[in-house]
Design a protein around this ligand. Structure first.
Ligand code: HEM
Length: 465
C-alpha cells in the first residue's frame, strides 16, 4: 500500500514540476506585443512535437493561433509565418534587419564567406559573382554541354537487368554533375572529395557540439580537408597557366569577372554551389520520376515532348539551349514536382534588432521561419492541390505569381534556379527517351523534415522500345 501511495505522490510531484516548468517558460516569453503561441519546455521548446508531427504541428498551431505565431523550435525562440503577404515582406526586406537565420553548424561549416553568412554589400558582391557563374549565357555556352556529356554517360546501362536505387543514383548525379561544372572532375581529386563532401553535408545538419565523434566535428574536419584540396587545385592551376572553361576557371580569371573574389571567397563560393544544388536537384529528380511513374498520362506527354526533340537530332547530338527552351512541359513537371513534394519547406531569417512585424513586436535575435509549405497545398491557389497536374504551370503567369516561393523570393531568390532546371530537364530527357521502369514497391517515402526514402527508392529499368 505504502508503495502505491509513494508512486502516486511521485507522479503528482512530476506533474507539478512539469506544469511549473511549462508555465515558467511561457511567462519568460510573455513579453508585450509578441504574437500568440506556445513555447514548450525550457531549452527544448517544442522541437520534439515539431519534428514528430511535422506539417500537422504547424497546421494545429496555426488553427489555434493564426498564420503568424510564436514557438521555440530547434534551439531558438521562433516566429512561424505562414501568411503569403507577410512572407513576401520578410523576404524583400533584408535591409530592415531580416537576415538569413540558418543554424550555427551550417554557417560554421560552409564558411564565413558563404553567401548565407554575408549581408549587405558583401552579399551583393558574392551574389553578383555567383549570378555571373550561372547566367543564361554561361548555361548555354559552358554548363549545358558539360551537363549533357555527364548525363549521357551517367545514364548509360541502367537497364542491365539489375534493380537500381533511384535515390542513390540521383544523389550521385547531382553531386558528380556539379563537380564537373566546377572543374573537379579529374577522378583522383573527386575520389577524395566525395566522401568529405558527404561528411560536410551531415555536419551542417547536426547540433554544433564540438566533441570527438560528433557529426559536427567530422563536418568541420571535412571542411578543412576540402579547403586543402581546393587550395592545392587553385595553386596547380595558377602554376600551369592553362585556361579552364569551368566555374573555378571563371572565378579565378579576374579579368573577365567584375566581381573579383579572393581565394577564401572563391573556395566558399565553390562549396556553396555544390551544397545548394545537391539535395534540391537530386530530390526533385527522384520525386519527378516517382510522380511520373504514378501518372501515366503525364509521362506520356513528357515522353512525347522529348521524343519530338530527339527526332530532329542524330543520336550523338547533345541537348542544347534551343532544346531546353522547347521543353515547356518538362519545366511544368519540375515545378509541379517541387510544389507537391515540397522539397523546400521554407526559409529561415533572424532579426538583427527589435522590430515591428505584422503588427507585433519581435525581439532582436529571434528566428523567423518563413514556412511556405502550406501555400503549395492551398486549394484557392492550386485547385485540387494533391493532384500531380503539371498542366497548371503551362500558363507562364503561374510561375511568376507572388505566392510561388518554390525557389525563394526577394533578395535571396535562388540564383541557381535555371541551372537546376537545366540539370533536371537533361536528366529527364535521357531517362524517359532511353528507358521504361517500374517500382519494386514497398519503399517508404518521408516528406518531413526532409523529403527522402530512408531505405532507398528501388526501380527495375528496361530499355524503351
Ligand atoms: C530544384 C532545385 C533548387 C531549388 C528548389 C532551390 C531552392 C532555393 C531556395 C528556396 C532558396 C532561398 C533560400 C533563402 O531565401 O534563404 C535558394 C537559395 C539559393 N540557391 Fe537554390 N535551389 C535549387 C537549385 C540550386 C542550384 C543548382 C544552385 C547552384 C548554383 C543553387 C544555389 C543557391 C544559392 C547560392 C542560394 C542562396 C542565395 C542567396 O543567399 O543570395 N540552388 N534556393
Amino acid at each position: 500500500m505504502a508503495v502505491y501511495i509513494f508512486l502516486a505522490l511521485g507522479a503528482v510531484l512530476v506533474l507539478c514540476v512539469c506544469t511549473a516548468l511549462l508555465r515558467w517558460n511561457e511567462v519568460r516569453y510573455m513579453k508585450r506585443g509578441l504574437p500568440p503561441g506556445t513555447m514548450g519546455w525550457p531549452v527544448f521548446g517544442e522541437t520534439t512535437e515539431f519534428l514528430k508531427q511535422g506539417p500537422n504541428f504547424m497546421k494545429n498551431q496555426s488553427a489555434r493561433y493564426g498564420s503568424f505565431f510564436k514557438s521555440h523550435i530547434l534551439g531558438c525562440p521562433t516566429i512561424v509565418s505562414m501568411d503569403p503577404e507577410v512572407n513576401r515582406y520578410i523576404l524583400m526586406n533584408e535591409a530592415k534587419g531580416l537576415v538569413p537565420g540558418y543554424p550555427q553548424s551550417m554557417l560554421d561549416i560552409l564558411g564565413k564567406r558563404n553567401i548565407a553568412a554575408v549581408h549587405g554589400a558583401s552579399h551583393k558582391h558574392m551574389r553578383g559573382a555567383l549570378l555571373a557563374l550561372v547566367s543564361p549565357t554561361m548555361i548555354r555556352d559552358q554548363l549545358l554541354p558539360k551537363i549533357d556529356r555527364f548525363m549521357r554517360s551517367h545514364l548509360a546501362h541502367w537497364d542491365d537487368g539489375s534493380i537500381i536505387d533511384l535515390q542513390d543514383k540521383t544523389k550521385q548525379m547531382a553531386l558528380l554533375s556539379s563537380l564537373m561544372q566546377i572543374g573537379i572532375d579529374c577522378s583522383s581529386i573527386s575520389q577524395q572529395f566525395i566522401p568529405e563532401f558527404f561528411k560536410l553535408v551531415l555536419g551542417t545538419l547536426s547540433l554544433p557540439i564540438d566533441l570527438p565523434g560528433t557529426n559536427y566535428r567530422r563536418g568541420f574536419q571535412a571542411r578543412k580537408n576540402i579547403l586543402g584540396m581546393l587550395r592545392k587545385l587553385i595553386e596547380e592551376r595558377r602554376a600551369s597557366q592553362e585556361a579552364h572553361n569551368d566555374m573555378l576557371g571563371s572565378l579565378m580569371r579576374s579579368a573577365d569577372n567584375k566581381y573579383q573574389l579572393n581565394d577564401e571567397e572563391i573556395i566558399d563560393q565553390i562549396i556553396t554551389v555544390m551544397y545548394s544544388g545537391y539535395e534540391t536537384v537530386s530530390t526533385t529528380s527522384m520525386m519527378a520520376v516517382k510522380y511520373l511513374h504514378d501518372s501515366p498520362s503525364v509521362l506520356h506527354k513528357l515522353r512525347e515532348e522529348h521524343l519530338g526533340i530527339r527526332a530532329k537530332k542524330r543520336p550523338e547530338d547533345p541537348i542544347d539551349w534551343e532544346d531546353l527552351k522547347a521543353m515547356p512541359f518538362t519545366r511544368a513537371v519540375i515545378f509541379e514536382t517541387s510544389r507537391l513534394a515540397t522539397v523546400v519547406n521554407g526559409v529561415l531569417r533572424k532579426t538583427t534588432k527589435d522590430m515591428e512585424l505584422n503588427g507585433f513586436l519581435i525581439p532582436k535575435g529571434w528566428r523567423i521561419y518563413v514556412y511556405t509549405r502550406e501555400i503549395n497545398y492551398n486549394p484557392r491557389l492550386y485547385p485540387d492541390p494533391l493532384a500531380f497536374n503539371p498542366w497548371r504551370w503551362l500558363d507562364k503567369n503561374v510561375e511568376c505569381r507572388n505566392y510561388n516561393l518554390i525557389f525563394g523570393g526577394g533578395t535571396r531568390q535562388c540564383p541557381g534556379k535555371e541551372l537546376g532546371i537545366a540539370e533536371i530537364s537533361t536528366f529527364l530527357h535521357y531517362f524517359v527517351t532511353r528507358y521504361r521502369w517500374e517500382e519494386i514497391g514497398g519503399d517508404k517515402l518521408m516528406k518531413f523534415p526532409r523529403v527522402e526514402a530512408p531505405n532507398g527508392l528501388h526501380i527495375r529499368v528496361s530499355p524503351s522500345c
